[in-house]
Design a protein around this ligand. Structure first.
Ligand code: MN
Length: 260
């Protein structure tokens, strides 16, 4: 039999010529949850309640009841999450074709910029500079913004709240337009709690990345980690949300297959 791509994939994984990198944060009661101004409804934190644990309620089995908002921890944003994407076809967790959960990763490293400016925004000029070095971002790619933010393991440092709201990096609206419309990416992934900058509620339009990406039918991935283990190009990311009927997003396990 001629070796197929899939047989080669497994051989390469077994031989260590490719590895699987987990881009996912643990999901539990300690998972930080995004804060919104009090006039808006809040997402609850994570609760995990035991149904039974080898006890009177279930002598031979252990299982839990989970409660959390769809946009909690490492999670997927579907286009229907935003008002701009609400009337698009195949815009929810259960209707997006599964093919679209798999794509090549383009990792843009702005860790040094973010270290000196937590409000750093990715611009088209920075994307241009990245493309000169690594090639044009292809259609159907996941664009992952590596900021080093996942090193902030303390919830207060991760949310980085000040009197004027949260401060964390994100996307200039022009960069979101370039990626969504000119590059036709699958979506963007970030290490922060959401795919917009902490101060994006004050931008014009407010939350431009959500507005533009989801309006173009693109996805979001939030609270990723281990992006420092990926090359700038050459990894494949698999990010498949739970098939929640009509769901706007879901926590998920994001994995990358990458050269070592
Ligand atoms: Mn979200």
């Amino acid at each position: 039999m001629t070796p197929t791509t899939l047989a080669t994939l497994i051989e390469d994984l077994n031989a260590g010529r490719l590895k699987v990198v987990d881009l996912t944060q643990p999901l539990g009661p300690a998972t930080p949850v995004i804060g919104l101004p009090p006039i808006f409804a809040a997402s609850p934190g994570v609760t995990i309640e035991v149904i039974s644990r080898y006890d009177d309620k279930g002598p031979a089995w252990y299982w839990n009841t989970l409660r959390f908002g769809e946009h909690t921890g490492t999670h997927f944003d579907a286009p229907v999450h935003w008002i701009t994407g609400r009337n698009l076809p195949d815009n929810a967790c259960d209707t997006i074709p599964a093919r679209r959960f798999v794509g090549p990763a383009c990792v843009i490293d702005v860790t040094r910029d973010v270290a000196v400016n937590p409000d750093f925004l990715l611009t088209p000029e920075r994307i241009d500079a990245w493309e000169i070095e690594h090639g044009r971002i292809g259609r159907g790619a996941w664009v992952l913004l590596r900021t080093g933010w996942s090193r902030r393991t303390d919830a207060a440092a991760f949310l980085n709240l000040a009197a004027d709201g949260p401060h964390s990096p994100g996307f200039d609206a022009r960069a979101s337009r370039m990626l969504a419309h000119d590059r036709d990416v699958l979506g963007v992934g970030v290490e922060t709690i959401g795919t917009d900058a902490g101060q994006a509620g004050t931008f014009d339009p407010p939350f431009p990345n959500h507005t533009i990406m989801h309006g173009a039918g693109k996805f979001g991935l939030a609270s990723l980690c281990n992006l420092d283990q990926l090359p700038a190009t050459g990894a494949v990311v698999i990010a498949a949300p739970l098939k929640i009927a009509g769901g706007s997003g879901s926590p998920l396990r994001v994995i990358a297959i990458t050269p070592p």
